[in-house]
Design a protein around this ligand. Structure first.
Ligand code: GLN
Length: 201
């Protein structure tokens, strides 16, 4: 069985552990480099990307995690996790560390400029219809040629500036969503990620 770690420094760790277990993975929290060494894939939870980035440095996980992702370990980031995986962040803090791995430009708190939370029904490539919950979420402003766009906010009257924005992407072994499938009890995105971890193993 695939062993998938959830970075457990801050954020909605427990919800991801539950979703991964339901997707038939052995799910474990990660707080130390020794724990990272034992997993086949990692989830970066939603939370606050600036706090998680600071804690990554404090807990000596920044370099080891960067290195493992670069070597091909599958990674999935939701919301704050997407921000950490992006190569470029707009509206970030100047001292915010990036793990990188995704050739995207994300805008932090992009939806938050309109409202703190936002919900939409998306068409997610390879998954189907998904009800997405966004909480002070980033969106992807641009994506490189090697990035697969998996979902966008549909055009609708209440979507405002968010209409058409990219909110789910994949680049090889790295997956990211602006929204939180771990909060809606819909296990299909975690299942997709666990399949990616299995395929990489
Ligand atoms: N606004 C948060 C950040 O910048 C992300 C919010 C979330 O993960 N729900 O990190």
């Amino acid at each position: 069985m695939s062993v998938v770690g959830v970075l457990a420094l801050q954020g909605d760790v427990r919800e991801h552990l539950v979703a991964l277990a339901e997707a038939d993975a052995l799910a474990r929290p990660i707080r130390r480099p020794e724990e990272l060494a034992e997993v086949d894939g990692v989830v970066l939870p939603g939370g606050e990307s600036t706090a998680i980035s600071r804690l990554l440095a404090t807990f000596d996980l920044l370099e080891p995690l960067r290195a493992r992702i670069k070597e091909g370990m599958p990674a999935y980031g939701s919301c704050a996790g997407m921000i950490l995986l992006a190569d470029t962040v707009l509206d970030g803090r100047p001292d915010q560390h990036q793990l990188g791995g995704l050739d995207i430009v994300v805008r932090r708190n992009a939806f938050g400029r309109q409202v703190d939370s936002f919900e939409a029904d998306l068409d997610f490539t390879g998954v189907g219809g998904v009800h997405a919950v966004f909480i002070r979420a980033p969106w992807v402003e641009s994506a490189g040629d090697d990035v697969e766009v998996l979902a966008r906010v549909p055009e609708s009257e209440d979507a405002g500036e968010a209409a058409g924005r990219i909110v789910a992407v994949r680049q090889g072994h790295v997956l990211a969503t602006s929204f939180h499938p771990e909060l809606t009890g819909d296990g299909r995105v975690h299942r997709l990620f666990v399949d990616m971890v299995r395929a990489a193993g």
